[in-house]
Design a protein around this ligand. Structure first.
Ligand code: AMP
Ligand code: GLY
Length: 423
């Protein structure tokens, strides 16, 4: 069969890598892809948000299955449009993807279905939000309602920061229309974990746990990024939490969405805080996480195309999804200056040497330059390695990372370190 993957980051490279291993797949296309993906798939120069062009391509090329990486095309209704033309596509419909696209909708769903989450209030008026903040005090968390490329959340340790966040979101419209509404939320303390699950709208099968590293600098300092590394499993997610997360979070979310007329299919990503009162939902995403996917898919033993087919055909219930009993660690290598402005075009050295260590180098922001591979984005590579244990996977991944360099490269040396204190 012919498969089209939509997107062009490290997550999509990991998806292409895994899909390609299916004996049923003959050809993989990726739109737009990147220089690394181009070695595993045919890259098509169509942007991930150009839904009409993607649809035209899929029809003309007789694509058998389309798999969507990022949230933007989902919220634009790519799944609905492909389905209307009789095409098979894996992802959330427009109405289902609003679970990620609107923080207010997500909070209302959690309250209605008694899903544990931070207390909140939502506002369409800046002065009312500011009055609420002054009344309730800090710390608190201010979130733009709509999509903001991961930047619409301000964790405010003092009142002034929270007030400034309201002004930035609602008055300066830093995220455009996404800031027409906002949520002010209780600050939760604990350790974060990402639980992704496959769902066909009724059945839910969780994947193995993982943890992201959102801050740019070691010891979780500096500004938030798209994610500087991930590992799986996350030992903070102990076995006794699994039934609670399934019964109180994953299943009621999917059942609630169905009841609301927003039947949810694809991947549900629950970002959880493990607090002293148990797991609480910080956010939902309507897709695979980046860079969690790079670590999680390295551990997936089952053919992912079999799982995707079961989701699309609504026969996921009871499916036996197998995982390698190994740990995986992904270290993101980024351009100097990221998440601020950064330089592009520097040639990357050591990619083959890194691969020779046994690690898998997923590309995020790379481009071909005179036959060589150059850095072309903020997050450039996601170097991923397996090990029998997390410490072994950490050792393996940094052996590969140390082979790679380019002018200005930055990465964190402490990916996976938080796991060690639990072991
Ligand atoms: P979100 O996009 O909602 O996941 O928020 C981005 C990041 O902000 C999360 O990964 C957390 O690190 C942090 N965050 C969000 N909500 C809260 C909260 N209620 N308490 C503490 N930290 C939070
Ligand atoms: N790793 C966080 C995200 O994908 O949103």
């Amino acid at each position: 069969m012919k498969v089209l993957v939509v997107g062009g980051g490290g997550r999509e490279h990991a998806m292409v890598w895994k899909i390609k291993q299916s004996p049923r797949v003959k050809e993989v296309f990726c739109a737009p892809g990147n220089a690394g993906i181009a070695r595993d798939a045919v890259c098509i120069p169509i942007g991930a948000e150009d839904v009409d062009a993607l649809l035209k391509f899929a029809l003309e090329t007789k694509i058998d299955l389309t798999v969507v990486g990022p949230e933007a095309p989902l919220t634009l209704g790519i799944v609905d449009k492909f389905r209307a033309e009789g095409l098979r596509i894996f992802g959330a419909t427009k109405k289902a993807a609003e679970l990620e696209g609107s923080k207010v909708l997500a909070k209302e769903l959690m309250y209605k279905y008694n899903i544990p989450t931070a207390k909140y209030a939502d506002f369409t008026d800046a002065s009312k939000a500011i009055a609420y903040i002054k009344q309730n005090g800090a710390p608190c968390v201010v979130k733009a309602d709509g999509l903001a490329a991961g930047k619409g959340v301000v964790v405010a340790m003092d009142e002034q920061t929270a007030v400034d966040a309201v002004k930035m979101i609602m008055e300066d419209k830093a995220f455009g229309e996404s800031g027409n509404r906002l949520v002010v939320e209780e600050f939760l303390e604990g350790e974060e974990v990402s639980i992704l699950a496959f769902t066909d709208g009724t059945a839910v099968i969780p994947m193995v746990s993982s943890q992201d590293h959102k801050r740019i600098f070691e010891n979780d300092e500096g500004p938030n990024t798209g994610g500087m590394g991930a590992y799986s499993p996350a030992p903070v997610y102990t076995g006794d939490l699994e039934p609670f997360v399934y019964d109180r979070i994953l299943l009621p979310t999917i059942e609630g969405m169905k009841t609301e007329g927003r039947t949810y299919e694809g991947v549900l990503y629950a970002g959880l805080m493990i607090t002293k009162d148990g797991p609480k939902v910080l956010e939902y995403n309507a897709r695979f996480g980046d860079p969690e996917t790079q670590a999680v898919l390295m551990r997936l033993e089952t053919d992912i195309v079999e799982i995707i087919d079961a989701v699309i055909d609504k026969r996921l219930a009871g499916m036996d999804i197998r995982w390698h009993d190994k740990a995986a660690v992904c270290v993101v290598m980024a351009s100097g200056g990221y998440p601020g402005s950064y330089k592009k075009g520097d040639v990357i050295s050591g990619l083959d040497e890194a691969a020779a260590t046994g690690a898998t180098v997923f590309h995020a922001g790379t481009a071909e330059k005179d036959g060589k591979i150059a850095a072309s984005g903020g997050r450039v590579l996601g170097v991923t390695a397996l090990g029998k244990t997390i410490p072994e996977a950490i050792e393996n991944v940094y052996k590969a990372v140390d082979k790679i360099s380019w002018d200005g490269v930055q990465f964190r040396r402490d990916i996976g370190k938080k796991a060690l204190k639990h072991l």
